[in-house]
Structure formats: structure tokens, C-alpha cells
Write a protein that binds this ligand. Structure first.
Ligand code: SF4
Length: 337
């Protein structure tokens, strides 16, 4: 562990991890009301002036790519598709050099309409959240009858040439944990890549309960009732998902087990919120304000220096198993995946 962040170069933390993957939340708003994320009435949204403008977002991403060694940029939310300037932001980020790989995490609503323009703008790949294939269950889980729109979004992404098209599914005990094999079958039939995620303590209601979380072990057991899963020989690197070959491959399935099999030791993520705060970790309880510096005419060197300092203090891991664990006050909907 060395003593202080460098004055130039990459986003290294005191454990020697280097952040190359920037997650940018473009809004805290969403057009769904998933029960494990927010209450039915929604949340007190960030006010307009608090939100970074499109130009401010592009500038901060440019600083990250040109000065801080970021090679991957993922746009998230809330729901990023509802951000009016999304296509313009993707176009500007795709013009950066060295060109980062650009991805999006979305609930898929409206993706069928926007995918061609996003693909043309430079979007490379997409993750679509889908926790059930049952229309009634979808409506209960999201409080909106929009399953068809999500399925159309997936098909639209594939048709627009985004690749891979991944599905992110969260399973909850007594709600949809029986659907793991069906979701994998659906993904295989459509050439999508399934990622099943352990539910994390990031909901706005702070109602997460470990006993209702479906563990990686349970997910794998459920999948193995239908499929033969074998270890994936491919290098995992810093990827959140642990992957298995399905029925001998080449198809794969991934499990993101943040709680029972944490992967913090290889974490390469840094996050920017829609209101210009740097979060060193998904579960960070501190943030560093770049918006204020930006609006006080800080130059790129200063913004880069502040970002390095913010990442330097990153904790070793999320600490969920630690008795002192504190769930972040900022909900998942305002952090992004
Ligand atoms: S919990 Fe934090 S440190 Fe761990 S993998 Fe996620 S972002 Fe990285």
C-alpha cells in the first residue's frame, strides 16, 4: 500500500486496483417502480440544476478517458433511455480517443425505438433488466404492465447489431426464484447472454433482508435441474459475473454474487452520479463532488486530480458481512448498476 495518489496517470487505489470501467448515471428517474428498488410513489428526484448537463457529462467522461486511463464507459440510471440527450452523449463519447467501449444498462422500455440511433452513435453493447417472463408477475414486480415493451427492446437491440445483448435478472425468494431455468432457456433461444444477480442491499426503502436473497449456490442448483453447467475456461479478469458453459458451450450463463462471493479484490469500477459525484464503490458512504469544481471553472488537471484522490481512498470491499456495515443513503436508482 503506497502513501498517496499519483499526480498523473490512472485511477489507482491504495490496494493497487486500477479503475478502467466508468459507470455514469445519467438520471435518477425511472419509468418503472421495481419493488426491490423504490416505493410505488417514486422518490424525491434530483432537481434540474443539480443534474449535470450533457456537456458537463461529456467533459468529465473525456477527462476520464484522456487523462485517467478509463477504457470502458457504461451509461446507467435510473433509466438512461429517458435522458433526452442520450444519443448526443453517446456520439460525443464515441468520438473520444482512445475510443472507449460503450455500453448501456436499461430496463429496455423504448429501446426498440432508440436502438438504431444508439448503435449508429457508437453504442457497442447493452444489458437489459428482466426478472420474469410472466406478464402478471412482471406487473407485480415493476408496478407497470410493460413486459411486451421490454421484450421488444431486447429484440430491437439485437436487430440494431448491439452485441452482446445481455439480460440482467434479480431473483427473490417467493417471488420469481423458480424462473432461473426459464430465463436461461429464453436467453439461449434468442442468443442473449443471461446474468443472474444476487439482490444487494441498495433499495431506497432499506428493506433488504439476506434471508430473502437467493444465493449464487441456489441459482446454480436451480439451473442445474435443467442444464449441464461446467466451469468457463475464459479469463474472468475484473468482470462481476462468474460464468459457466451451458451444456458444453459455447453458450454461457453468468452469476453476479456480490454478497456471497464478493469480487472486490479485482474491482476496476469507478462511478459518476447524475449530480456529478464520484463514488469509489457501489456501496460507498462517501462521495467526492466534481460538479462544484466543474462549475467553479476547474481545469482538466484539477478535475483529474480530484478524481484520483477520490479513488485513492476506496475501501477494500463492500463490507456487507461486517457488523458495522452501513447501507449507502443514496439508493441504487441514483447510483446505477
Ligand atoms: S462492491 Fe464496491 S469494491 Fe466491490 S466490486 Fe462492487 S464496486 Fe467494486
Amino acid at each position: 500500500m503506497s502513501a498517496a495518489p499519483g499526480t498523473n496517470g490512472v485511477l489507482v487505489d491504495r490496494y493497487g486496483r486500477v479503475a478502467r470501467d466508468l459507470r455514469v448515471s445519467l438520471t435518477d428517474k425511472c419509468n418503472l417502480r421495481c419493488t426491490y428498488c423504490m416505493p410505488a410513489e417514486g422518490l424525491p428526484w434530483l432537481a434540474g440544476p443539480e443534474l449535470l448537463t450533457d456537456e458537463e457529462i461529456v467533459r468529465l467522461v473525456r477527462v476520464a478517458v484522456e487523462r485517467l486511463g478509463v477504457t470502458e464507459v457504461r451509461f446507467t440510471g435510473g433509466e438512461p433511455l429517458i435522458r433526452p440527450g442520450l444519443v448526443g452523449i453517446v456520439t460525443a463519447v464515441a468520438a473520444l480517443r482512445p475510443r472507449p467501449r460503450i455500453s448501456l444498462t436499461t430496463n429496455g422500455i423504448g429501446l426498440d425505438r432508440l436502438a438504431p440511433a444508439l448503435s449508429a452513435a457508437g453504442l457497442d453493447r447493452v444489458n437489459v433488466s428482466l426478472d420474469t417472463l410472466d406478464a402478471d408477475r412482471f406487473t407485480r414486480l415493476t408496478r407497470r404492465p410493460r413486459l411486451d415493451a421490454v421484450l421488444a427492446g431486447l429484440a430491437g437491440a439485437a436487430a440494431a447489431g448491439l452485441s452482446p445483448v445481455k439480460i440482467n435478472s434479480v431473483l427473490m425468494r417467493g417471488v420469481n426464484e423458480d424462473e432461473a431455468p426459464a430465463l436461461l432457456r429464453f436467453a439461449l433461444d434468442h442468443d442473449y447472454q443471461l446474468r443472474i444477480i444476487e439482490q444487494m442491499p441498495l433499495d431506497a426503502q432499506h428493506g433488504w433482508d439476506r434471508s430473502t436473497m437467493v444465493t449464487a449456490e441456489e441459482i446454480l442448483t436451480s439451473l442445474r435441474t435443467v442444464f449441464d453447467l461446467s466451469p468457463d475456461p475464459a479469463e474472468r479478469g475484473a468482470a462481476p459475473a462468474e460464468t459457466w458453459l451451458v451444456d458444453g458451450g459455447p453458450a454461457r450463463v453468468g452469476v453476479i454474487a456480490s454478497v456471497t462471493r464478493p469480487f472486490c479484490g479485482d474491482c476496476d469500477r469507478t462511478r459518476l452520479t447524475a449530480d456529478g459525484q464520484v463514488r469509489a464503490c457501489l456501496f460507498a458512504t462517501e462521495e467526492s463532488d466534481l460538479r462544484a469544481a466543474l462549475r467553479a471553472d476547474a481545469d482538466d488537471d484539477e478535475l483529474a486530480r480530484r478524481w484520483r484522490t477520490a479513488m485513492w481512498g476506496k475501501r477494500a470491499g463492500h463490507g456487507i458481512d461486517d457488523p458495522t456495515f452501513l447501507q449507502p443513503t443514496r439508493p441504487m436508482s441514483a447510483i446505477g448498476g
